[in-house]
Design a protein around this ligand. Structure first.
Ligand code: SF4
Length: 422
């Protein structure tokens, strides 16, 4: 459902988000409370100027955010004078848009679809089958992020393998897996590295650390995918009719900016790299609408500072020392040329695919699930007959409902009902 510009600018609800309340307790605000409490231990009648300062600080920031967001929305309504279809690739950015109720504020002619930017949603069932097979091996401890545990393979998920006795630990960072290997030398610890290119430096650093410390009971099952080749493939479908692509700034820590410039040139696309903050996302969408209106196909990179940083050069060096690109399978999209990383032969001791002789086979996916169409921008969750009926976060059928980053999960959580036919 779309709102008029007048509705957008009048409505107060939209600026009051959890983020603003978090800001109230930010490190810059908390010292004010501490100062007041110290003063009050000497003299209970001392007022709490810090408290009032904190309230004013919060109100001022909230006002600035709202003003900027209102101005961006006003500009967007002026720019969108024709149908514009944009792909928001990243699952976190899609979630932020839904959480802040932005879809309802956008002009009716602006259509947003999702892309393949949720690492769990693009995992083929056949790969889950291979992960389960390794996790069930005697003497193995598998370490993985929480989200992947619930994704179904042909028969089992890693979660159901756990119930059958597999030793699987939920962790947040690759170095946590290396710590487990240090603490449990009798086990072989397999870290399941699921993610996009932004996760590669952390995984590479952990493998190099394991090699330098000689921790031989540690290995990595790499399932790291690269977005530019996949976006390239999707844009070849003329039926998709995407005119602009919004990506997150994490992805280009490793990806070559030239890959995005080339995408823009080749497909007559407008591209924009934005952060996860709602102002950044909104600014990115305005920039895309402006480019389309001016008939420009450019890669608008506001995060170019990332490329000159020494940290980024170091990250890229580590990644190239550890990995090289290969053709990789994506759920619902098939095998895409040079769209994934594998570990170099020199570090094969730390490569779980070699240690366990892993062969990825085609798996069976639920025929009811339309995640494939959702991650490729062809449908929206309410187009799926199972959405909110038999498929909910409590009873998920496909990975788009399982993962917090999945579009079905976000649509359900924030009560959005807009289908691609609306
Ligand atoms: S609602 Fe459920 S079944 Fe439908 S596409 Fe989403 S995850 Fe798959």
């Amino acid at each position: 459902m779309s709102s008029s510009l007048g509705d957008v600018l009048r409505e107060d609800r939209w600026g009051l988000t959890a983020g603003h309340f978090q800001g109230f307790f930010s490190p810059s605000v908390i010292p004010c409370f501490e100062r007041d409490f110290r003063l009050s231990s000497f003299n209970l009648s001392v007022p709490m100027p810090g408290f009032f300062w904190a309230v004013m600080h919060w109100r001022k920031n909230l006002g600035c955010d709202l003003e900027r967001q209102r101005a961006l929305l006003r500009e967007l309504h002026q720019l969108v004078d024709r149908p514009m279809r944009l792909m928001v690739v990243c699952g976190t950015q899609n979630r932020a848009i839904l959480k802040h109720g932005l879809r309802e504020k956008f002009p009716r002619e602006l259509e947003l679809v999702a892309g393949p930017g949720c690492s769990v949603c693009v995992m083929p069932a056949g790969h889950i089958d291979a992960f389960v097979k390794i996790a069930m091996q005697p003497g193995v401890i598998m370490a993985a992020c929480d989200d992947i545990l619930k994704v179904p393979g042909s028969k089992d998920s890693l979660g159901s393998a756990m119930k059958k006795g597999a030793r699987i630990r939920s962790i947040n960072a690759p170095m946590d897996a290396l710590d487990i290997a240090r603490r449990e030398p009798e086990a072989t610890v397999v870290y399941l590295a699921v993610g996009f290119e932004a996760t590669a430096p952390g995984v590479a650093e952990t493998i190099l650390e394991a090699a330098s410390l000689g921790i031989e009971n540690f290995c990595v099952l790499p399932s790291i995918r690269l977005l530019p080749p996949t976006i390239d493939l999707l844009m070849m479908d003329p039926g998709l009719n995407i005119r602009g692509v919004l990506c997150s700034d994490q992805i280009n820590t490793i990806s070559d900016t030239e890959a995005y410039s080339e995408l823009a040139r080749r497909h007559n696309l407008s591209c924009y790299i934005a952060g996860f903050d709602i102002d950044d996302i909104l600014g990115g969408i305005v920039s895309l609408a402006r480019q389309i209106r001016n008939d420009e196909s450019v890669f608008d990179d506001t995060s170019s500072f990332i490329y000159s940083s020494a940290d980024n050069r170091k990250a890229r060096k580590m990644v190239s020392e550890v990995f090289f690109k290969v053709d990789t399978d994506w759920r619902g999209l098939g095998t895409i040329e040079k769209s994934g990383f594998v570990i170099r032969d020199e570090l094969s001791l730390f490569d779980a695919t070699k240690r366990f002789n892993v062969r990825f086979k085609e798996g069976e996916e639920s025929c009811m699930c339309q995640c494939n169409a959702i991650i490729s921008g062809r449908e929206l969750p309410p187009d799926c007959p199972a959405f909110g009926m038999v498929c909910t976060p409590q009873t998920p059928i496909g990975p788009c409902m399982i993962s917090d980053e999945g579009l079905c999960h976000s649509y359900f959580k924030y009560g959005v009902q807009t289908s691609s036919r609306d």
